[in-house]
Design a protein around this ligand. Structure first.
Ligand SMILES: Cc1ncc(COP(=O)(O)O)c(C=O)c1O
Length: 453
């Protein structure tokens, strides 16, 4: 239960302290699995969004999670690591090979897996020369990006957006803008300033139209007033609530940053590698960053791996330890990433994300015309958001949770972002029949929750 006065913030995802979780456990988790859940709560620190957990997993394959009680769930969440689905055979084979040959690569050495991965990622950036550093988590790659931006510019301030998420470490929550991660933890990293986020269609900050002209003027004002910012860090679009800035927004931001000598860092940790219909999300945003951070699915869904790519001209600090993480050039991790990139290209997963995403979005749009509770549907590639609002226009937070649990009952798992946005993020390899089944489950659940409202 939620302790009195401790209602959790819901920006990042659905919460685990709801009575609906306990009711799910009572209905769907057998006694043996329940004992595992209890042991989890006994030994792991409780924390928002995980322990106490929903269920116990036994196996996963492709688009499916299989629980210890034997339930199958279509995984439309996957913590954003599963562009290739779970346990893609090419990735598993590549990791096995690396484990057999070179299970660990100590820092003073390099290895063929790391070098091949670096070459492939840097050339995928297209125009210009790029270099990179790898890291064993997205937040750590964000940290490296912030350090590099400070060194390159000789300035230390970082701008970012309220509502954004860039990882859970102390520096990442300082540039992030979500109360759930910041509240009660401070003091945070100094010299981190925040801007109004470019939410699509309903700017809360008085912009007269969707261009976010006032928000852009605010950015210009801050950069002029202070003049000593190293970088602006942002997600090309807000992952957790599928918020797409309007066309032209990032080109305008890019131009303002250039005029003020401020570097643009894009955080594509969850949105990279085909999800948006292009290999990198910024290729849909109309602006190329100076520094790009990718992660999550980079490890092929099996290995924690992230990367910070930056203009090769920034490679001017050989005396500084910019990254220096123990598993930085992990041979199995790099082998997994290489295999993932090969599969994305060979199976044309960008094309698939584009096609399946457009089909799913059209079906959701049709649903919106029939169900008044669905106030808006949005999508980019195979990443879709269904926003729920009540008759008074208020976010339908309880209904969103009810829809989630009704879907979990019927075999579909996804995440609720911002309290009232159902976020659908299936593997890009998903069978069309599974995608259709998931959308049918969602439609039924929305219909039932609407009828019961
Ligand atoms: C936009 C964004 N940035 C950074 C991170 C942090 O990545 P990691 O959990 O690998 O540290 C996440 C994770 O959810 C994310 O969504």
């Amino acid at each position: 239960m939620i302790p009195a006065g401790k209602e959790p913030a819901r920006e990042e995802g659905d919460v685990n302290l709801t009575p609906r979780r306990a009711s799910y456990v009572a209905r769907h988790v057998d006694p043996a699995a329940r004992a595992v859940l209890e042991a989890d709560a006994r030994y792991f620190f409780s924390q928002s969004l995980s322990t106490p957990c929903l269920d116990v997993l036994e196996r996963s394959r492709g688009s499916r999670l299989i629980t210890a009680t034997g339930r199958e769930l279509l995984d439309f969440h996957g913590n954003s690591v599963h562009q290739l689905g779970h346990g893609h055979p090419r990735v598993v084979a590549a990791v096995r090979e690396a484990l057999a040959e070179l299970p660990f690569s100590p820092r003073r050495f390099t290895n063929r897996f790391a070098v091949a991965l670096a070459a492939r990622l840097c050339s995928a950036m297209g125009e210009g020369e790029w270099k990179l550093l790898l890291a064993p988590a997205g937040a750590l790659a964000v940290s490296t990006a912030i350090k590099l931006a400070r060194l390159v510019t000789g300035r230390h301030k970082i701008l970012s957006f309220w509502g954004s998420f860039h990882g859970a470490s102390l520096d990442a929550i300082s540039v992030g803008g979500e109360a759930l991660f910041r509240r009660g933890i401070g003091p945070l990293l100094p010299a981190t300033e925040h801007l109004p986020p470019p939410t699509r269609g309903r700017c809360r900050f008085g912009c007269p139209d969707e261009r976010h002209g006032n928000c852009l003027a605010y950015l210009e004002y801050v950069l002029e007033a202070e003049g000593d910012f190293a970088a602006l860090i942002a997600e090309p679009y807000r992952w957790t609530t599928v918020e797409l800035p309007p066309p032209g927004y990032w080109a305008a931001v890019r131009e303002i940053c250039d005029r003020h000598g401020v570097l643009l860092i894009f955080d594509e940790i969850p949105s990279c590698l085909g999800r948006t219909g292009r290999l990198f999300a910024h290729q849909r945003a109309g602006a190329v960053p100076d520094i790009l951070v990718v992660g999550k699915g980079l490890g092929g869904g099996v290995f924690p791996l992230a990367a910070m790519l930056a203009r090769a001209a920034f490679d001017r600090f050989p005396e500084t330890a910019l990254g220096h993480y123990t598993h930085e050039k992990s041979s199995p991790g790099c082998a997994a990433a290489l295999a993932a990139l090969e599969v994305i290209e060979e199976e044309d997963l960008c094309g698939r994300a584009h096609e399946l995403g457009a089909r799913a979005l059209a079906r959701l749009e049709e649903l919106r015309t029939r169900l008044p509770m669905v106030s808006e549907v949005r999508g980019i590639g195979l990443h879709l958001g269904v926003e729920l609002r009540g008759p008074d226009g208020a976010p339908a937070v309880d209904a969103a949770e009810a829809v989630l649990y009704t879907c979990l009952d019927r075999g579909l798992s996804f995440k609720v972002g911002g309290g009232n946005v159902l976020v659908l993020s299936p593997p890009l390899t998903i069978a069309e029949a599974d995608l259709d089944r998931a959308l049918a489950i969602l439609e039924e659940a929305l219909g039932e929750v609407t009828a019961g409202a």
